[in-house]
Write a protein that binds this ligand. Structure first.
Ligand code: MN
Length: 266
């Protein structure tokens, strides 16, 4: 069995098909780890989701901020954004079935050697913490609290982790970290809107994975979400959103030997 980690797909089904052809993907032999943001912004969210569900047996995927946004739109608690491209998905006759699959993806997954989250993990969290908090957030999202959480998802008020935070704010903070965080300032607050390159960060901020306490365990953390960073791979982290939906590339990394495969958007 071979496992490939794949960056943010964003409904770019044609690029995904070309990437799978490039790695000679065989569903009987290979596994895909998808970092989330499976839908929105690209042109084929509906068919992407149908394709992924059809390949459920070989796919492990985590939820991204766009997946949460689309869910919130389906619930009627989030407004349509200018660059949303999910009308066909939301109007599909099987939208409930499709979104049920999407919304039951985890926020955090692990194997013996790797862990995966869409954006990042708080530097003081152990993997036990991350696993527990991801489970709490996932359960809250599919509960009757889901609409309230999603309506205010991304609220920048919740910009640092405190174990004392309770209720909806606790879940929203977990979501901001796991699906939105890129960098952390010296004051210990995450910069939710820092979307530029590493060099564009304020001088007193650094990527979350550069905080030393993130790097104390052998497990390699896989994430996406930060297209402007480009592919970044070191001993402890693999950040693999190469910006397909922005006209750049979709990337897969074979976890066994870290060989990198990319296809361009066009
Ligand atoms: Mn994202």
């Amino acid at each position: 069995m071979t496992t490939y980690a794949v960056g943010d797909i964003h409904g770019c089904l044609d690029a995904l098909h070309r990437l799978l052809a490039k790695i000679d993907f065989k569903r009987s032999r290979d596994k895909l780890w998808l970092v989330g943001d499976l839908v929105n912004r690209g042109t084929d969210s509906l068919d992407t989701l149908r394709f992924l569900i059809d390949h459920d047996d070989c796919i492990t995927a985590v939820l991204g901020n766009h997946d949460l946004h689309v869910w919130g739109r389906a619930l009627g608690v989030r407004p349509k954004k200018r660059r949303d491209t999910v009308d066909a998905l939301l109007d599909a006759k099987d939208v409930n079935e499709l979104l049920t699959w999407l919304t039951h993806r985890p926020l955090f997954v692990e194997s013996e050697s790797h862990a995966m989250v869409h954006a990042g993990l708080w530097p003081t969290w152990s993997f036990d913490d991350a696993r527990g908090l991801a489970t709490i957030a996932q359960k809250a999202l599919v509960s009757s609290d889901g609409p309230a959480i999603l309506s205010d998802y991304g609220n920048p008020t919740f910009d640092r982790w405190h174990n004392e935070i309770t209720g909806t704010a606790r879940v929203q903070t977990i979501l901001n970290i796991m699906t939105g965080m890129r960098a952390i300032g010296v004051d210990g607050r995450m910069l939710i809107d820092a979307k530029g390159s590493r060099n564009a960060l304020p001088a007193d901020a650094r990527p979350w994975f550069d905080v030393p306490s993130c790097r104390t365990q052998d497990t390699v953390i896989i994430a996406g979400h930060w297209a402007a960073l480009g592919i970044y791979v070191d001993e402890r982290v693999m950040i693999i959103d190469s910006g397909c939906v922005w006209g750049h590339e979709l990337t897969a990394i074979r976890l066994e030997d870290r060989k990198r495969f990319s296809v361009s958007f066009t």
